[in-house]
Design a protein around this ligand. Structure first.
Ligand code: ADP
Ligand code: MG
Ligand code: ZN
Length: 475
């Protein structure tokens, strides 16, 4: 495969989070009894007129801002084609004047991926093919549910700038996080609120010319997106290496078989007979309104990664930082910073131990968290002990000092510590004399011996204090 480069461009359809549908007042709700959330408008009955949902426009503009797009004047068009679950026989969409154009998003590793456009449109209904294998080809009959017809969609089209299955998945994860953060979508792929079509081509490595692409449909998870892209790229490489050519077409991903099959050829351009929708006026966003939207947006994942990284003195592109932000654990880093605890240690513990528990922090109060970080950074707990205490805190909450004590992770201070120091001095008289005489570098050796003599239970802050007072006293 190394002689070939994979090129991927993604088209993501996001159902927008609105109370009502795109052009009527029917509820926008998933999972109702079939054909109960319908009216003359979304059933396409003659004489009905569309009325634009302003919340959908607001979501589209907010996403455009979050994706660094130009949010511009836009026009609705009718896209004409026959589909049994599309009652008007045309879909209201945006064509040459989409609401959002020319943006980008940043993957956690730092790579920027161009966004060509994002446009508003309406969803279709849903067909269920009964009998046979559930595909239209061998079904006895089909049922149509129009509940989804007219649900607001934003289609976000990337530039062909992704080059592996991992990058394609990372792009969708990042886009999903942005859609959720901006409030535009619930991002649920399993409920179909987020649907991804992948355009895949291959070209000789180093070539600047794009190869012929295929468009893959029907991937229901990030995992199947990755599998489909890998399979499709390998299929095209095999074809080209065998002297064949790739035919531009739409292909269906078969999850069970793990392969793509031809759905329809795209050799001749689709002719949708687009024309401006006569029942809707063009949109012309007011710059002041856009500023209000921009000001109302929360920090996007890339900005949060930058903040967490800066707080912890780490690289924004580091995987640990990305994990903390992906799991929404930023506030635990902020709590560490506010309390003057070790923020880099906080990021490591969150990205490892807390992430291993799926990031569920219901039982972890910021106070207990900071106290635990202090105990570990201050040497009261070894790394292994701190991990054990954290596991207990995540499982059931509580006071880290009490949990440590219950595990027998007590630290030695006071008399016991002083006794241990006397043993170390007896064993290392020369090092001790030099330390007393002012050789600071020997402190490390003495503390090391002290740790060994106490089986790692020495309270290191107390030990440092003890050493200082003994040196002041000269013995
Ligand atoms: P269509 O109108 O057929 O959907 P577009 O030009 O709008 O075609 O492109 C759709 C998607 O295909 C975009 O995400 C784009 O990045 C991607 N794309 C275009 N050409 C290629 C190619 N040769 N290889 C991979 N992806 C491509
Ligand atoms: Mg397309
Ligand atoms: Zn309706």
């Amino acid at each position: 495969m190394s002689a070939w480069e994979t090129v991927i461009g993604l088209e993501v359809h996001a159902e927008l989070r609105t109370e009502t549908k795109m052009f009527c007042s029917c509820p926008n709700r998933f999972g109702g009894e079939p054909n109960t959330l319908v009216c003359p408008v979304c059933l396409g009955l003659p004489g009905s007129l569309p009325v634009l949902n302003s919340k959908a426009v607001e979501h589209a503009a907010a996403v455009g801002i979050a994706l660094h797009c130009r949010v511009q004047g836009s026009v609705f068009h009718r896209k004409n084609y026959f589909y049994p679950d599309m009652p008007k026989d045309y879909q209201i969409s945006q064509y040459d004047r989409p609401i959002d154009a020319d943006g980008w998003l940043e993957l956690p590793g730092g790579k920027r991926v161009g966004i060509e456009r994002a446009h508003l449109e309406e969803d279709t209904g849903k067909s269920t093919h009964v009998g046979g294998a559930g595909r239209i080809n061998d079904a006895d009959h089909s049922l149509v549910d129009f509940n989804r017809a007219g649900v607001p969609l934003l289609e976000i089209v990337s530039r062909p700038e992704l080059h592996s299955a991992e990058e394609a998945r990372a792009y969708v994860e990042e886009l999903r996080a942005i859609l959720v953060a901006s409030g535009a979508s619930d991002g649920r792929m399993e409920e179909g609120s987020l649907r991804v079509d992948a355009n895949v081509s291959v070209r000789p490595a180093g070539s600047a010319v794009l190869g012929t692409r295929c468009e893959i449909k029907n991937m229901n998870s990030l995992r199947s997106l990755g599998r489909a892209v890998e399979h499709e790229a390998a299929r095209q490489v095999r074809l080209l290496e065998g002297g064949g050519r790739v035919a531009q077409e739409t292909r269906h991903w078969d999850e069970a078989e793990g392969r793509t099959t031809t759905m329809r050829s795209k050799e001749e351009a689709d002719d949708y007979r687009y024309f401006p929708e006569p029942d809707l006026v063009p949109l012309d966003p007011d710059p002041q309104w856009l500023e209000v939207l921009r000001a109302g947006l929360p920090a996007m994942p890339s900005q949060r990664r930058a903040s967490v990284a800066a707080a912890a003195g780490m690289e924004p592109g580091s995987e640990a930082v990305a994990t903390v932000v992906r799991l929404g654990l930023d506030r635990y880093v902020e709590a560490a910073v506010a309390a003057g605890a070790d923020a880099a240690l906080a990021v490591r513990r969150l990205a490892n131990e807390v992430a291993a528990e799926a990031g569920s922090v219901d039982n972890l109060t910021p106070d207990a968290w900071v106290a635990l970080l202090r105990m570990e950074a201050g040497g009261e707990l070894t790394t292994a002990q701190a991990r054990t205490v954290l596991k207990d805190l995540l499982a059931a909450g509580g006071d880290p000092a009490a949990i440590a004590a219950a595990h027998g992770f007590e630290v030695l201070g006071g008399e016991a510590l002083a006794g241990a120091l006397d043993q170390v001095i007896a064993a290392e008289p020369e090092a001790w004399a030099r330390y007393l005489a002012g050789e600071d570098k020997l402190q490390g050796l003495i503390i090391g011996r002290l740790k060994a003599a106490t089986a790692g239970k020495a309270d290191l802050a107390a030990a440092a204090g003890l050493l200082a007072s003994r040196r002041a006293a000269g013995r």
